[in-house]
Design a binder for this molecule. Structure first.
Ligand SMILES: *[C@@H]1O[C@H](CO)[C@@H](O)[C@H](O)[C@H]1NC(C)=O
Ligand SMILES: *[C@@H]1O[C@H](CO)[C@@H](O)[C@H](O)[C@H]1NC(C)=O
Ligand SMILES: *[C@@H]1O[C@H](CO)[C@@H](O)[C@H](O)[C@H]1NC(C)=O
Ligand SMILES: *[C@@H]1O[C@H](CO)[C@@H](O)[C@H](O)[C@H]1NC(C)=O
Ligand SMILES: *[C@@H]1O[C@H](CO)[C@@H](O)[C@H](O)[C@H]1NC(C)=O
Ligand SMILES: *[C@@H]1O[C@H](CO)[C@@H](O)[C@H](O)[C@H]1NC(C)=O
Ligand SMILES: *[C@@H]1O[C@H](CO)[C@@H](O)[C@H](O)[C@H]1NC(C)=O
Ligand SMILES: *[C@@H]1O[C@H](CO)[C@@H](O)[C@H](O)[C@H]1NC(C)=O
Length: 475
């Protein structure tokens, strides 16, 4: 007994040792970040590259003159590939090619330049293409990926600065035709006629976006002329400026490092939590320099769906019978999207919570209603309504046409929330499983019946045959 135990321990040690050695070997033979001085500074027609399976993170293909930025293959989810521009010292991605689908990190995937910069593979064909007819690909020392015509003045046919992903860098012109989208696809930043807005896609592609943060131009240095679009620039002096025409900004959102002299670079990014943050590169690390939303509870969904955020406290749930965990207050498979309008989605439960309000209520549409009951019934009768929050002091009724997100806890108990929770989705899944089981059972019965039937048929045929023989013999 004891011996067996020791044996299993040594066996464990041996396997462990093997594991450690192979891991070490693997680490030694793979390159984490493949950026070298040998990387090209331009790509000309005929250029081709495939991903190197020994590189575990980033494979550089093109660098800028100073070696601060690089274009290359970035590994995503271990087996997939994206084309990205990264800041080399921090390996922070600044731009991604907007692929319809990620390519695979395999020999069949290829990046080539034939006038267009193209990511393709034999099966899917083209994942992404710049659709140009240029002469070379160039990465500027400001991280702009350019496809140029070599006509003496290096005319830019295409540039990554016109197709930002979630990040803006210094002096990148952000126009009202563009948007920054967070990596999870939930949040975006866009410009309005005279403001900068942050929007959330709480109901997927159905339903409209909800604005949750709006910065209106203060027009301190210049007035806004109506009907003319504005644009935004991250100024190297440490502010996010809005401009119309002319060099005087119509608005300045200054960063902590405003007008501080230093050689570091800056970037702003819309984060997966919906905040817009500014960062400053010190030469060693990126430090947080600005955030559009500084109070965690003011974020659009700080505690997830059906969550409750109370300043200075941990996240909890709107429904006090539910416990908040890492997955939030509601399981995602509980049909947390769409509305209650189709026959399949009509079932829901209702619960209420007092002392709550919406974090961005001033940006929400509201209707004045005489009482809490009126507000609730307006929501109850409307199948695209997920919930309503009523303020008894002002009489405002806020209706939500997307799944309930996080609300903020307030002391005023006359502010009451009414919430619908989808029900019956799990049941439907069960029904589906039941159908399968019943189907299988039916199949089995049929099969059994068939076998028995064939058997009986054969027996009866044989009997008939024998009888036939008899009659023939007798006859
Ligand atoms: C990177 O850019 C900074 C200026 O932002 C410059 O001082 C530095 O020399 C560049 N090159 C490298 C390799 O860091
Ligand atoms: C990326 O592609 C999708 C679909 O092809 C499109 O809807 C979206 O606007 C594109 N984004 C950018 C930043 O170009
Ligand atoms: C480059 O290759 C793509 C994909 O094969 C093709 O659609 C495109 O016509 C080519 N462009 C030129 C200029 O040959
Ligand atoms: C970047 O390139 C421009 C010319 O294109 C040059 O004037 C500037 O000094 C360069 N900056 C750095 C940091 O290398
Ligand atoms: C930014 O783009 C807008 C619209 O294309 C243009 O009017 C403006 O002059 C540009 N600003 C800069 C500084 O490039
Ligand atoms: C939950 O809230 C209800 C009313 O809002 C209250 O009556 C009940 O005591 C609360 N339960 C717990 C466990 O806090
Ligand atoms: C709401 O306000 C009305 C008067 O405006 C008042 O009579 C009522 O008691 C209030 N309800 C609550 C729950 O405070
Ligand atoms: C139902 O609610 C939605 C969103 O709150 C609103 O746009 C729509 O007009 C409402 N419909 C009715 C019939 O009130």
């Amino acid at each position: 007994m004891e011996r067996q135990f020791i044996n299993s321990v040594t066996r464990f040690r041996v396997t462990q040792l093997l594991l450690i050695t192979t891991t070490l070997l693997a680490l030694c033979t793979t390159t984490w970040f493949g950026v070298g001085a040998a990387t090209d500074q331009e790509l000309v027609r005929g250029f081709k590259a495939t991903p190197d399976h020994s590189i575990s993170s980033f494979q550089a293909l093109l660098r800028d003159s100073a070696g601060n930025y690089s274009l290359g293959f970035l590994r995503v989810n271990r087996t997939e590939l994206s084309l990205a521009v990264v800041h080399v010292p921090s390996s922070e991605p600044l731009w991604f090619a907007n692929m319809t689908r990620l390519a695979r990190w395999s020999d069949s995937t290829q990046l080539f330049f034939n006038g267009s910069l193209v990511v393709s593979d034999p099966q899917t064909k083209v994942f992404w293409s710049s659709n140009t007819n240029g002469d070379r690909v160039w990465l500027s020392n400001t991280s702009n990926l350019e496809i140029q015509k070599l006509d003496g003045s290096h005319t830019i046919l295409w540039q990554s600065f016109q197709f930002p992903t979630d990040t803006l860098v210094e002096n990148q012109n952000f126009t009202s035709a563009m948007s920054l989208v967070s990596s999870n696809g939930l949040y975006s930043m866009r410009l309005g006629s005279d403001f900068m807005g942050l929007y959330a896609k709480f109901n997927g592609d159905s339903g409209s976006d909800q604005i949750y943060c709006k910065h209106k131009a203060l027009e301190a240095k210049a007035d806004i002329i109506e009907g003319q679009p504005i644009y935004a620039l991250l100024n190297p002096n440490g502010y996010l400026g809005m401009y119309q025409n002319g060099s005087a900004p119509v608005d300045v959102q200054s960063f902590n490092s405003f007008q501080q002299s230093g050689s570091g670079i800056r970037r702003v990014r819309i984060e997966p939590d919906g905040n817009l943050k500014g960062y400053y590169w010190t030469g060693f690390s990126w430090i947080l320099d600005y955030q559009a939303i500084s109070e965690p509870c003011e974020l659009p969904s700080s505690c997830g769906s059906y969550g409750l955020c109370q300043p200075g406290k941990d996240c909890s749930c709107l429904d006090n019978r539910t416990e908040h965990n890492s997955g939030g207050c509601i399981s995602p498979e509980n049909g947390n999207s769409g509305d209650f309008c189709s026959v399949y989605d009509q079932k829901y439960k209702v619960f209420r919570r007092s002392g709550v309000e919406l974090p961005y209520k001033e940006l929400m549409g509201s209707q004045k209603m005489a009482s809490l009951e009126r507000c609730e019934s307006a929501c109850e009768l409307n199948c695209s309504c997920w919930g309503a929050v009523y303020n008894n002091n002002s009489g405002f009724c806020y209706m939500l046409d997307y799944p309930i997100q996080t609300l903020v806890g307030v002391g005023d108990l006359t502010k009451v929330g009414y919430f619908k929770v989808k029900e019956g989705v799990g049941k439907r899944k069960m029904d589906g499983r039941l159908t399968v089981v019943i189907g299988l059972l039916c199949g089995l019965v049929l099969l059994f019946g068939g076998v028995v039937g064939i058997g009986l048929y054969r027996i009866s045929k044989r009997k008939r045959g024998i009888r036939g023989m008899w009659t023939r013999m007798v006859g």
